[in-house]
Ligand binder design. Structure first.
Ligand code: AMP
Ligand code: MG
Length: 433
């Protein structure tokens, strides 16, 4: 039945010490298999999707040498005088517009009026910007009859203001690798190469389920002892991304049989099932049992704060993340664990948030033992140094701290309290948060 040959087993039931973040991430990566199914989409639909084939260019970009400036295409061989501090006068023999190139060869003593993006005429080897010239229309002739003159008064170097054929992209070059999440710039690069469609991973089906007898859906007055289900909205917002198809399963009560049956149903069509709540050691915490019953449990405790009780496993053939109930823990564990699996499922190179060192503007409380992700606000001080300030109270139920923050302050397990002026590592909120 189940192929357990490559499945890492971390026996948390017998080992009370939680696994480290790095161990957990490795387990997630080893367990997660990239979705094989792909689809072809137009580049208009491809933003944010994960490319599954290398893109090799069949053309150079730019396709021809062209002008980077409005000015005059010239031959450097004719510019000896100006290069020695005098003026050079050239005869203007025509015009080259972007899309309407000059036909012909530039001869001795000749220049072509050229616009930005226009093809460089044969024979020309430099473009002089218009601002470095004077135009002298021949008083006896009509403009454009070949007798107008241009006076160059600034030295000219070979190749100046010419954008070279292939300087951006070469024919045969692998321009975008499989596994790239397509950004607006990547969409532009595809268009530059004339590519209209690309192969991307099909949408990852992600089911989200809130659990807890106290949870009330929005739209009704709050009953005594209840709270509104905010995790569902946080998760739906975190997953609001072209890579994912979110399947919202609402709220489940803390009833083992109901949770189990839902897991079995959802696992038949979801690639990933994410629940919140019910993963700790309380008397209404059934998630671990239900995962064991309907699939496999790989770990359920990680040595991080917030988010120590986090369950990773499988229900049926779907990956399973049992995130904690507290809203801040949901966001932190989603970013540190679930995101890794989602990226791997989608066939993507794992994007790690940028880690920076910042100077503390407020003290931080911390005990050695667990890695911590505290909420911080990054800014620059008057000297331009990157600084970070705590959002204040760090309880895992204080969701407004996540809203105020623009980074997580990352404190390793052995670090303890920090003072103003200490340096700490921060992870700026990336595309994830
Ligand atoms: P639990 O892990 O189920 O014990 O939940 C931990 C805390 O998170 C409790 O205070 C819950 O009320 C709260 N919580 C659980 N689920 C949600 C939810 N969907 N939205 C907001 N808070 C929640
Ligand atoms: Mg609960």
């Amino acid at each position: 039945m189940k192929d357990t040959s490559s499945t890492p087993i971390i026996n948390c039931d017998f080992d009370p010490s939680a696994i480290t973040l790095e161990q957990a991430q490795q387990v997630i990566l080893q367990t997660t298999k990239t979705i094989g199914e792909t689809e072809i989409v137009s580049i208009r639909q491809a933003l944010g999707r994960v490319l599954r084939c290398d893109i090799v260019s069949t053309m150079d970009n730019p396709p021809n040498d062209n002008s980077a400036m409005d000015g005059y295409a010239v031959r450097v061989a004719d510019c000896e005088q100006v290069n020695q501090g005098e003026k050079t006068i050239l005869t203007v023999v025509g015009k080259s517009f972007a899309g309407q190139p000059f036909i012909g060869h530039l001869g001795r003593g000749e220049a072509v009026r050229i616009m930005t993006g226009a093809k460089i005429p044969l024979g020309a080897d430099a473009v002089v910007m218009q601002e470095h010239t004077e135009y002298a229309m021949n008083s006896c002739s009509v403009s454009g009859n070949g007798a107008d003159k241009v006076i160059l008064n600034v030295a000219v170097k070979s190749g100046q203001n010419i954008r070279r054929q292939g300087e951006d992209i070469n024919i045969g070059q692998t321009v975008i690798r499989a596994g790239t999440r397509l950004t607006p710039a990547a969409i532009g690069v595809l268009a530059t190469m004339g590519i209209v469609e690309v192969e991307v991973t099909r949408e990852v089906n992600v089911a989200i389920i809130s659990t807890g007898d106290e949870l009330q859906s929005l739209g009704t007055a709050l009953k005594d002892g209840n709270i509104y289900d905010s995790n569902r909205y946080v998760l739906a917002a975190l997953l609001n991304d072209p890579r994912f198809n979110v399947i919202e399963k609402g709220v489940l009560n803390d009833e083992k049989a109901v949770i189990e049956q839902t897991f079995i149903n959802v696992a038949s069509y979801a690639d990933v099932v994410i629940t919140t709540g019910g993963v700790s050691v309380g008397e209404a915490d059934w998630i671990k049992d239900c995962v064991k019953k309907t699939g496999e449990l790989f770990f359920w405790k990680a040595a991080i704060k917030p988010g120590r009780p986090i369950t990773f496993g499988k229900v049926g053939s779907a990956l399973f993340f049992g995130l904690p109930g507290n809203p801040v823990s949901v966001m932190v564990t989603f970013a540190q664990f679930t995101c890794w699996a989602l990226q791997k499922l989608a066939g993507q190179q794992i994007e790690q948030p940028l880690q920076l060192s910042a100077k503390l503007l407020s003290p931080l409380k911390k005990r050695a033992g667990r890695m911590e992700f505290q909420r911080g606000i990054l800014s620059y001080d008057e000297q331009g140094e990157l600084c970070v300030q705590s959002t204040g109270e760090q309880g895992s139920g204080i969701l407004t701290s996540m809203m105020q923050a623009n980074c997580l302050i990352v404190l390793s397990a052995d670090e303890t309290a920090k003072a103003i002026g200490d340096k700490v590592m921060v992870e700026s909120f990336s595309a994830v948060l």
